[in-house]
Ligand binder design. Structure first.
Ligand code: FO1
Length: 313
């Protein structure tokens, strides 16, 4: 069994490949909930929904969030009433938030609610929220402290980032904790998601980083930085603001002590000699089609299997 740690768009792309090659009982997909917030009274889980919609084949791949061919009557009506419109909720997407909010209000856990929503959308693989506790990320910026979505969407990542604050006391969700400790766990994939905003909220949860280290199994990351730029999103800008050169070498350094191998893009093959203490694999990491995702997922999975079979106790 293997675990994939995923954020939004980059996570969804690799996961889309992993589900083509690993059956549900061999893959646990753990998704960041550090971006979650309550907006207009609704529980919104952007990364869970991005991965869920992607696996259901209904994601808006151009926008990178929400559902394709969406209509916006609710937002238009809200705007006419002078309501808050900085965070746009499409009419079909709204159904997910309303249903999730209703089930959570009935006392169901986010894990259970997510499993139900995934099943209703026809997914074979269930998504596991990183935590059932509220675990929202806060950022310290030159405009003060902001909740994640205020920083990311309301202010479009414009404020200069000084520090990211994670919910280190939140517990991993029961299934995540169970799989982390499962005897049959043979490897962990870190998807090409933003290390500071999407993956660190998962690793920072109570006991997670320590447990992964203690397992002594391969941990393989796919770099979200290619040619000095983020494939999508503000990872490169944020790394620069935090004093880190945006490059796959910095990604490997970021995960130092945890990582067995890093997968970098062909475009960065000239950097291969600069990595210390990790194996490097060079692939096409730009996943434009489902076939690209499958090819990369196959290479990454083979790499984990190879590293697992060569591991020293
Ligand atoms: N991102 C935006 O840039 N603008 C939006 O209005 C917006 C709305 C939205 C609604 C539902 C949802 O699940 C995601 C949404 N996102 C929006 C994306 C999202 O907030 C971020 O991309 C992620 O949190 C970063 O991973």
């Amino acid at each position: 069994m293997k675990i994939a740690l995923a954020g939004g768009v980059g996570g969804a792309k690799l996961v889309r490949g992993l589900v083509q090659i690993l059956p549900p009982e061999e893959l646990a997909i753990v998704v960041n909930t550090g971006d979650d917030f309550v907006h207009l009274g609704l529980n919104i889980c952007p990364d869970l929904d991005t991965v869920m919609y992607s696996l259901a084949g209904i994601a808006d791949s151009i926008r990178g969030w929400g559902i394709a061919d969406e209509s916006w009557h609710f937002m238009d009506a809200l705007a006419r009433l002078g309501g808050e419109t900085w965070f746009r909720l499409g009419d079909n997407d709204m159904a997910t938030h309303i249903e999730r909010t209703r089930m959570l209000a009935n006392g169901q856990s986010l894990s259970d609610v997510t499993a139900i929503l995934c099943k209703k959308l026809g997914l074979q693989h269930s998504l596991i929220p990183m935590s059932d506790d509220p675990a929202g990320t806060f950022v310290d910026t030159d405009r003060g402290q902001l909740a994640f979505q205020e920083y990311f969407v309301k202010h479009q990542c414009e404020p200069t980032l000084k520090r990211v604050n994670y919910q280190t006391k939140a517990q991993p969700s029961p299934k995540f904790a169970e799989y982390l400790n499962d005897d049959s766990l043979t490897g962990i994939f870190i998807c090409p998601s933003n290390p500071m905003l999407s993956i660190e909220p998962i690793l920072a949860l109570s006991g997670v980083r320590e447990t992964i280290r203690a397992r002594k199994i391969p941990v393989v990351a796919v770099s979200p930085i290619v040619g000095g730029k983020a494939i999508k999103g503000p990872a490169a800008k944020i790394m620069s603001e935090m004093g880190v050169v945006p490059s796959p070498v910095s990604i490997a350094q970021y995960y130092e002590g945890l990582l067995t191998a890093i997968v970098i893009d062909n475009a960065d093959s000239n950097l291969a000699s600069q990595f210390k203490n990790v194996a490097v694999s060079i692939e096409n990491t730009i996943m434009t089609t489902a076939q690209d995702s499958r090819v990369l997922a196959t290479s990454v999975n083979d790499l984990v299997d190879k590293l697992y079979s060569c591991r020293t106790e």
